[in-house]
Design a protein around this ligand. Structure first.
Ligand code: FE2
Length: 177
């Protein structure tokens, strides 16, 4: 439909098929799309992983300190704790480097794990959390274009699978409960 009697700029509701000479700038609503920062999906995904790894580091420190310091399990939990802490640092630094706002929160995983009674059930719950992280990385990777971030996530995925296996093996040697 045309409006022959009015100049287009006078029309408060111009037809949608009429090209706008000066389109509004939506760049702030789509960071990443215009090359000025990561997409919100990437920021949200990396922050979810950051909060999970931070929580994992805290929980594993508590679990590590709850077992005999001379036991192999203490060494294993200490190694897992270091991995989680290093992952949190890498995720935080990656978010900052890409220009995303890094979360300062710790995931609810700490409270959920400690609400469970017994070391073995807690470790099984930790492994479920680790498997969640692997799935989250799988979801996120297709959206990641930054080469360093991709390499970091792929390595994080690999180390999570290895740590899940190591934790499973340790659980097999522990009395249930
Ligand atoms: Fe983790």
């Amino acid at each position: 439909m045309t409006h022959p009697s009015a100049h287009p700029s006078d029309d408060p509701n111009p037809p949608g098929d009429k090209p706008c000479s000066s389109p509004p700038c939506y760049a702030a609503e789509f960071p990443g799309y215009f090359g000025d920062g990561p997409a919100q999906q990437v920021v949200d995904g990396l922050n979810a992983l950051l909060e999970a790894e931070r929580a994992g580091a805290r929980v594993l420190a508590i679990l590590r300190d709850s077992v005999d310091a001379r036991s192999p399990l203490h060494d294993l939990l200490g190694a897992l704790q270091k991995d989680e802490g290093a992952n949190a640092v890498q995720l935080y630094q990656t978010l900052r480097r890409l220009g995303g706002a890094a979360s300062h929160e710790t995931g609810a995983f700490v409270g959920k794990t400690l609400a469970i009674e017994g070391l073995v059930p807690r470790l099984r719950f930790v492994n479920k959390g680790q498997a969640w992280v692997v799935r989250k990385i799988d979801e996120l990777l297709p959206a990641i274009t930054d080469a360093y971030a991709r390499t970091m996530l792929e390595e994080m995925r690999r180390s999570h699978l290895a740590n899940i296996d190591a934790c499973e093996a340790a659980l097999d040697g522990l009395p249930a409960g």
